[in-house]
Write a protein that binds this ligand. Sequence first.
Ligand SMILES: [Zn+2]
Length: 145
Amino acid sequence: MFVVTSEGVIATDPISYVKRDASATYLAEIKKVTDKPVKYVVYSHHHFDHIAGGKPFKDAGAIFISHARAKERLAAFKDPFTVIPDETFVGQRILTLGDTTLELNYVGRNHSDTSLVMRLPKEKIIFAVDFMSVGSFPGPGMIDS
Ligand SMILES: [Zn+2]
């Protein structure tokens, strides 16, 4: 997901683990929608299949945000292809950019112990990835939760 606000863009996961140039394509697609700069990149959780490859966003000046535990894990992994978050939080952070408010909520362990639920309260949109649905059987992607 990316959100265009009056003051810039909030993007989520660069998603370039397998296809290493996907984040450059992602950024190019954002630029087709708006000429505003990407101010923030928010990591949904710390898994590389979602967050690897953020360098084009970092080079463009974006501030990276994640749950505090995600930064701890990424700092330990030292993956050269993954941007270490600049800012972290525990519990909830309210991110306001221009006319838009995006809630970043950690609601407890699910697919990982760093997974966020992002909510745009005015627009009534929720963005969450890889969450296990109630009543479903956990698959092999539950290795760290
Ligand atoms: Zn995951």
